[in-house]
Design a protein around this ligand. Sequence first.
Ligand code: SF4
Length: 167
Amino acid sequence: MNFKDCCKPRTTAEENGEYEEIRIAKAKNNCHLCDDYADRQKEKPVAVMCCEGACLRGEIARQTANILCHSLVPEKTVRVCLGGAFTKDSGQRDLVRKAGRLLSLEGCHVNCASRMMAGVIEGLEPELVITDRLFDFDRSLFGIDDMPPEKIRAHAMTVARTIAATL
Ligand code: SF4
């Protein structure tokens, strides 16, 4: 199973024909720890990008990515640094560019992670996993403070197990 069908974005830039141009200052500094990490992880078959958002949905997506890549299936998955991959063309972006299978965990249908990376890697088509569709909760909630930490963790674990079963 993959997520291409169940988590399709509502619209794509190609469909609505609209783009926003962004100018990013080139990074002067590089982090060798990050590049070394990317180099060590590059043989793993699945790269995982994730919304790094500050809301409840984003936090659950973020914890899901960490559980998946660092606890449930670390031998198969590599956790991508979205900010690093987006803002500079180095090891993190290469993890995305060359991934055998690329998952984009999106906290909501804004699809920030996949849209950001499609802006710097032409033709990128990750499998979108809209994580808030994969667990039950009160959809009127927005903030991280609106849910106890243990419940957030439990939802992230549910989503991570669902994804791990497809790998
Ligand atoms: S993009 Fe969506 S999930 Fe991510 S922080 Fe913003 S509202 Fe939350």
